[in-house]
Design a protein around this ligand. Structure first.
Ligand SMILES: NC(=O)C1=CN([C@@H]2O[C@H](COP(=O)(O)OP(=O)(O)OC[C@H]3O[C@@H](n4cnc5c(N)ncnc54)[C@H](OP(=O)(O)O)[C@@H]3O)[C@@H](O)[C@H]2O)C=CC1
Ligand SMILES: CC[C@](O)(C(C)=O)C(=O)O
Ligand SMILES: [Mg+2]
Ligand SMILES: [Mg+2]
Length: 331
């Protein structure tokens, strides 16, 4: 197995006396800022004038400043605003304020790998990319655990970039779970592939196809929802905790037999061939170009699809059923 880095491998001293500017206070931003602060790091959150997030960050005990001011006082600037907004904010507010020898950090390699941000030579550039949604990076940390991270160094101007990245990963809880060294290219391509083909695109397409098949055959939507969406989390929890063996141990032998004979009829060689095409379009920049152009055109296709997806019948029945689950309402 490749070397994995854990808490005991970290030189925590490299963060002593340093200030981290966390730019953005959304999914990843709030998790990084709060986890770092609770790990004893001096954090300042950078937001724009009139940002909706300001009140929340301040209420949670964080210092907040304009992006330019936060970068100017920071030793490490972690960019945690949406990928499609990063290049403009970098050009206008971050680049002019970066100190010689400071570090610029990312949680995803898109803008560096696809040349949307080209940093100057006199800074460190690293990535700490949690392999999980920001709200879970925060929740798991408060429960004493961590989310595994990928770590990469693109520029090592100070000679300390790797130590700094590892210490940063510890500050957000990553080295509790394990940190793997990678490159910006590998993280960018695997992350885009994973979210499109498996984690987000693949899973939602599978759930919708299952739900529609049952409802179109005359079964109750509530029953189809429990079967295809609600129980997905409970099955995935077992995969998370103990791999496929733990899931197959807990389900009935009838389910395990069905898993073996039917799974390969659903995800076929044709599905894998399509996955390879998706990966090729990520690798050759086609996906990145389409996403950048979609944003330049003010997201017509993204907005229309988001609206259509929100109106899928599984969302209406799910909302009603989840409304009766008191423990979910509290979250
Ligand atoms: N979401 C995730 O779990 C993961 C994300 N990543 C990566 O992390 C990065 C951040 O993604 P994510 O957390 O989803 O981002 P979000 O969409 O959650 O970021 C929203 C935050 O950015 C702020 N923001 C928006 N525009 C600006 C601006 N011009 N200046 C300052 N702040 C601004 C928003 O403020 P307001 O609300 O006031 O508009 C809000 O606080 C990306 O690179 C992404 O690929 C990596 C792993 C997982
Ligand atoms: C799976 C989606 C993700 O890559 C993530 C939570 O890791 C993202 O970009 O949000
Ligand atoms: Mg990801
Ligand atoms: Mg991603």
């Amino acid at each position: 197995m490749k070397k994995m880095y854990y808490d005991q491998d970290v030189n925590w001293d490299v963060l002593q006396g340093k200030t981290v500017a966390v730019i953005g206070y959304g999914s990843q931003g709030h998790a990084h800022a709060l986890n770092l602060k609770e790990s004893g790091v001096n954090v300042i959150v950078g937001l724009y004038e009139g940002s909706k997030s300001r009140e929340k960050a301040e209420a949670q005990g964080l210092k907040v400043a304009a992006v330019s001011q936060a970068v100017a006082v920071a030793d490490i600037t972690m960019i945690l605003i949406p990928d499609e907004k990063q290049a403009k904010v970098y050009r206008e507010e971050i680049a002019p304020n970066l100190k010689d020898g400071a570090a610029l950090a990312f949680a995803h390699g898109f803008n560096i790998h696809f040349n949307q941000i080209i940093p100057p030579a006199n800074i460190d550039v690293f990535m700490v990319a949690p392999k999980g949604p920001g709200h879970l990076v925060r929740r798991v940390f408060t429960e004493g655990g961590g989310v595994p991270c990928l770590m990469a160094v693109q520029q090592d101007y100070t000679g300390k970039a790797r130590e700094l990245a590892l210490a940063y990963a510890r500050g957000i809880g990553g080295t509790r779970a394990g940190v793997l060294v990678t490159t910006f290219q590998e993280e960018t391509e695997t992350d885009l592939f994973g979210e499109q083909a498996v984690l987000c695109g693949g899973v939602t397409a599978l759930i919708k196809a299952g739900f529609e098949t049952l409802v179109e055959a005359g079964y109750q939507p509530e029953s189809a929802y429990f079967e295809c969406m609600h129980e997905m989390k409970l099955i995935v929890d077992l995969l998370y905790e103990g791999g496929m063996a733990a899931m197959r141990y807990s389900v009935s032998d009838t389910a395990e037999y069905g898993d073996y004979v039917t799974g390969p009829r659903i995800i076929t060689d044709a599905t894998k061939a399509e996955m390879k095409k998706v990966l090729a379009e990520i690798q050759d920049g086609t996906f990145a170009r389409n996403w950048i152009l979609e944003n330049q055109a003010n997201r017509p296709s993204f907005t229309a699809t988001r609206r259509k997806e929100a109106n899928h019948p599984i969302e209406a029945v799910g909302k009603e059923l989840r409304g009766m689950m008191g423990w979910l309402k509290k979250k």
